[in-house]
Design a protein around this ligand. Structure first.
Ligand code: DC
Length: 207
């Protein structure tokens, strides 16, 4: 069974994807981490994330970079959003994601284009969304716990910028697949969002 979990930044899709993978005993890939690694590599190389060929060169990052805690920072997220507009970068990361999605036994992948591009044949597609206010509030609390000093307004402005870029890029924009279940987590806490997602997948399995 392939489960595709797409949605904007801080919608809760990562938490939901991880929980689904644990519940159904499937391997999980956070595809945003691959784009974050490209963004981080561009930064380490002192290159320009908006330049297609400089970003493409960074797509050849070493695997060890994937465990760098700096990938979780807001800066790495912003850089990831910028490098992800380049078709060459997306193409380079495609094979790796596709191989993960089609492995024997199935998989859970979360990202922006899993249900539309990486695994359009996925058995279940979830599009996890939430209001900007709800997402900014969650991100703010996470960042406070990590000791990253940003105001709520800075975070909300950054989320809007990233949504805009992710939704309006020409290549694989952030849009729900036609056959995706839309799960709005604005009014749900972590456990309720996970329970709702499990219910959606179980209703598919029961069919
Ligand atoms: O999910 P995230 O915040 O870690 O993703 C960071 C950026 O990577 C996001 O702003 C857009 C890009 N991304 C993408 O274009 N396609 C994916 N499948 C995953 C992430």
């Amino acid at each position: 069974m392939i489960i595709a979990v797409d949605g904007p930044t801080a919608s809760g899709k990562g938490t939901i994807a991880k929980a689904l993978a644990a519940h159904f005993g499937l391997p999980h890939l956070d595809t945003g981490l691959l784009y974050r690694a490209v963004g981080r590599q561009v930064f380490l190389d002192c290159r320009d994330p908006d330049d297609a060929s400089e970003a493409l060169a960074a797509a050849d990052f070493p695997d060890s970079l994937l465990s760098d805690p700096a990938l979780r920072s807001e800066d790495a997220g912003g850089l990831a959003s910028r490098v992800s507009v380049h078709p060459g970068v997306r193409q380079t990361l495609y094979e790796r994601q596709r191989a993960f999605a089609t492995q024997d036994g199935g998989a859970v992948l979360d990202g922006r284009d899993i249900g539309t591009v990486i695994a359009p044949e996925a058995d279940v597609k979830l599009f996890v969304t939430a209001s900007v206010d709800a997402r900014a509030g969650r991100r703010f609390r996470e960042m406070q716990e990590r000791g990253e000093p940003h105001t709520l307004k800075e975070i909300a402005d950054d989320l809007r910028r990233r949504d805009e870029r992710d939704r309006n890029r020409a290549e694989a924009p952030l849009v729900p697949a036609e056959d995706a279940y839309i799960l709005d987590t604005s009014a749900l806490d972590r456990d309720a969002a996970i329970a709702a997602a499990i219910e959606i997948v179980e209703s598919y399995v029961a069919r």
